[in-house]
Design a binder for this molecule. Structure first.
Ligand SMILES: *[C@@H]1O[C@H](CO)[C@@H](O)[C@H](O)[C@H]1NC(C)=O
Ligand SMILES: *[C@@H]1O[C@H](CO)[C@@H](O)[C@H](O)[C@H]1NC(C)=O
Length: 189
């Protein structure tokens, strides 16, 4: 079993009428969430660019106890099939993962695309749908591409808005169609 930083997400699909009932309503959906930096590893593999976390943990002297890094973490980049199977076997109905921005756009900008990174998340989504679970995607979990930070365009700069919109549009354009296609193949449509 891979060690995963887990938290459980619960939400109501419809309304709040049963909120005083002391058992879990049938329309509750249980899911499990992870974040890319904490589980993927493969920090510089197959064209991934560095994030601010990669830069931070690699400083000498290290700011982290025992010089720990997320360079390998839970190795989920290679072991995602096993992880998705574990989520399924635990009885969850959705899996929420996050996309590492610099894995798909190494510098953060849409003029530098890493197809290998895009393929990784396609395969992950396909695996989730194969078990009839819902794929829930977080597009930012604290992995700002280091290049954007160097260029001074981070969350404190109003110019960041356009960059984030470009990134978001890019994700939707590259994944939405394939997610819909996969969902149809898996009988969700
Ligand atoms: C952390 O790295 C520094 C510098 O490379 C080294 O001197 C130190 O022994 C390392 N500490 C541990 C706990 O590995
Ligand atoms: C997913 O749903 C399809 C269609 O209902 C079903 O044939 C298949 O066995 C399900 N797969 C799993 C892993 O539950």
């Amino acid at each position: 079993m891979i060690k995963i930083f887990i938290f459980i997400l619960l939400y109501f699909r419809f309304g709040y009428a049963d909120v005083h009932v002391k058992k879990i309503p049938k329309n509750f959906i249980f899911g499990l969430g992870t974040s890319s930096y904490q589980i993927e590893g493969a920090w510089n593999t197959n064209g991934k660019g560095p994030s601010i976390w990669d830069e931070f943990v690699h400083r000498v002297p290290s700011p982290i106890k025992n010089n720990d890094t997320g360079d390998i973490a839970c190795d989920s980049y290679y072991r995602y099939k096993e992880d998705v199977l574990n989520v399924y076997n635990a009885g969850f109905q959705f899996y929420r993962f996050s996309i590492s921005w610099p894995r798909i756009l190494p510098t953060g900008y849409t003029n530098n695309i890493n197809e290998e990174g895009i393929i990784y998340y396609k395969k992950l989504i396909q695996e989730i749908l194969r078990y009839n679970m819902t794929a829930v995607v977080t597009i930012y979990h604290w992995e700002l591409p280091q290049q954007l930070y160097k260029d001074g365009v981070d969350w404190t700069n109003p110019k960041f808005v356009d960059i984030f919109v470009d990134y978001t549009r890019f994700i939707v354009s590259r994944y939405f169609k394939s997610i819909l296609t996969l969902a149809c193949e898996n009988g969700f449509a």
